[in-house]
Design a protein around this ligand. Structure first.
Ligand SMILES: Cc1cc2nc3c(=O)[nH]c(=O)nc-3n(C[C@H](O)[C@H](O)[C@H](O)COP(=O)(O)OP(=O)(O)OC[C@H]3O[C@@H](n4cnc5c(N)ncnc54)[C@H](O)[C@@H]3O)c2cc1C
Length: 240
């Protein structure tokens, strides 16, 4: 017995929803790509490099939520079409600069390898508006626990910077936990920056795990991966 799918019939029944004019212009604004220029390139670790971008015309950047990402389009010589990728904005919202912290990909990783090799100050690319729903809930007063591994640190650093900025601005430091796992000191990004933020924020608790510590590694708080035990110990929880 055969099964017939009547996709066309269903498609015909769907109402045609046309975007209103204001929806269309919102859509166009959101997807419009603007030229951006790298003005600073900072290696954060053996694998991760931060690229600082600004607008070419000096216009203020549209503000974003801590944790959001930026869709970018890069023209790579020898490629038929520009390559599109998304990278988290790894700094707290500000009108002047985006920071993208990009891990050098393994094997043939087109965009990350191209950017690591070629994107020096003055390098240009296109970026659409920041977006994404994985953001710090600013209105929630509960204590954030920011947990990450490897380059997953990017949104957590943006959120952490925001928490510290907010504390400095208001004098009210929202307690927070920052728990991060990486292989060792050579692969750890933002090591000094995290310690510096912790020295400003009296209620920030930081825990760094190294899964493959090397000889002189003493930058970590525990060896191994981030585990339930790490969380129990950090958060003083009896049961998770
Ligand atoms: C919301 C979001 C946020 C992100 N934020 C960040 C961030 O902050 N930092 C960051 O570093 N990354 C981030 N990423 C990942 C990033 O978008 C890219 O996916 C990543 O940089 C890899 O892109 P690439 O062009 O370098 O590698 P690609 O060319 O896309 O390749 C990816 C991997 O696939 C392998 N591969 C490619 N072609 C083949 C093939 N034919 N056969 C077998 N294997 C193949 C490559 O070796 C490589 O390891 C984010 C992704 C998302 C969705």
């Amino acid at each position: 017995m055969g099964i017939r799918f009547q996709l066309e019939d269903h498609a015909r029944k769907l109402p045609r929803v046309l975007p209103s004019r204001s929806c269309t212009s919102r859509f166009q604004r959101r997807h419009r790509r603007l030229a951006r220029e790298a003005f600073k390139v900072d290696p954060e670790s053996d694998l991760i490099t931060s690229f600082y971008l600004r607008s070419l015309d000096g216009q203020a950047l549209r503000l974003w939520e801590p944790g959001q990402f930026l869709p970018i389009r890069v023209t790579i010589p020898g490629q038929k079409e520009p390559a599109v990728r998304t990278y988290t904005i790894s700094t707290s919202p500000n009108p002047d600069r985006y920071r993208l912290s990009i891990r050098l990909g393994d094997g043939i990783a087109l965009v990350s390898q191209f950017l690591h090799a070629q994107a020096k100050p003055g390098f240009r690319l296109e970026a659409a508006a920041p977006r994404g729903r994985f953001v710090l809930n600013r209105s929630n007063s509960r204590t954030p626990v920011l947990i990450s591994g490897g380059v997953g640190i990017a949104p957590m650093i943006a959120m952490l910077e925001h928490i510290v900025d907010e504390g400095q601005r208001t004098g009210l430091f929202r307690p927070a936990y920052f728990i991060h796992g990486t292989r060792n000191r050579r692969t750890q990004a933002f090591s000094k920056h995290i310690r510096n933020l912790a020295s400003i924020h009296p209620g920030l608790k930081v825990h760094i795990c190294y899964s493959q510590p090397e000889g002189l590694d003493n930058g970590c708080d525990s060896e191994g991966r981030v585990s339930i035990e790490t969380l129990k110990q950090m958060l003083s929880l009896r049961r998770l």
